[in-house]
Write a protein that binds this ligand. Structure first.
Ligand code: SF4
Length: 226
């Protein structure tokens, strides 16, 4: 069990899934760079948080900006919106995202982590079917995506949370690994500059080829001389 002071931000889980180096730069080294995508994301979140904090509509209690924490996982954060249908009383956690569903599971890990925090805080008995539901709302598609909080998703959240704590304990920022599709979307691209690795790698590879060729030439020359 962790203490509240040891809890790490749930948003860091999402960064960890996207790129551990980005996560360390933001949360360990406190570096942050806005790009168009992050600004759009913040505007969408702002709209979710701006309205009245709590209201009841059609038998559903809606709570906005709800602070959550799990001492078991050592994480804490704020849910965009949580709905509590009066019929079941079980929470439905809704996270707002710009764009559309991603190719990785970072959004699912983030909202699932929020839901697991709520389950722990509300002392829900998951073994008796008292399970939180999760939804992702994407600004571009304007649709809710329903995700089942099953065993595999729970395991994944636990794994990423454990990796995050490990990285924080080590205080080591992982080395950069260039991945065009990922890095070109990264808000820290200019700061990280992973593409600098690329030419160096190519140069090293070229030198290695030239060196290999010259060694082979020398060996051949030597053999011919004998
Ligand atoms: S630029 Fe690439 S390697 Fe660097 S932090 Fe971003 S995603 Fe990670």
């Amino acid at each position: 069990m962790f203490t509240e002071a040891q809890c790490l931000p749930i948003s860091a889980l999402q960064h960890m899934v996207f790129c551990p180096r980005q996560c360390a730069l933001i949360h360990l080294e406190r570096q942050w760079s806005e790009n168009k995508l992050t600004v759009q994301g913040q505007q969408l979140h702002q709209r979710a948080h701006d309205s009245k904090r709590t209201e009841t509509r059609s038998g559903i209690r809606i709570v906005r900006s709800l602070a959550v924490c799990s001492l078991r996982l050592g994480i804490s954060g704020v849910c965009d919106v949580v709905e509590f249908p009066e019929q079941t009383g079980l929470p439905i956690v809704i996270e707002y995202k710009r764009g559309k569903p991603k190719s990785n599971d970072s959004d699912i890990v983030q909202v699932a982590a929020q839901a697991m925090c709520l389950e722990e805080m509300l002392k829900l008995d998951v073994t008796k079917g008292q399970v939180a539901e999760i939804r992702l709302f994407y600004g571009k598609t304007r649709r809710r995506l329903e995700v089942t909080l099953d065993h595999a998703v729970r395991q994944r959240v636990q794994q990423v949370a454990a990796e995050l704590h490990e990285m924080f304990d080590s205080r080591v920022t992982p080395k950069m690994t260039y991945d065009k599709a990922r890095c070109e979307r990264c808000s820290l691209l200019n700061l990280c500059q992973p593409e600098l690795l690329k030419p160096r790698r190519q140069t090293s590879a070229r030198f290695a080829t030239i060196l290999q060729a010259s060694v082979t030439d020398e060996q051949l020359t030597g053999e011919e001389a004998i």
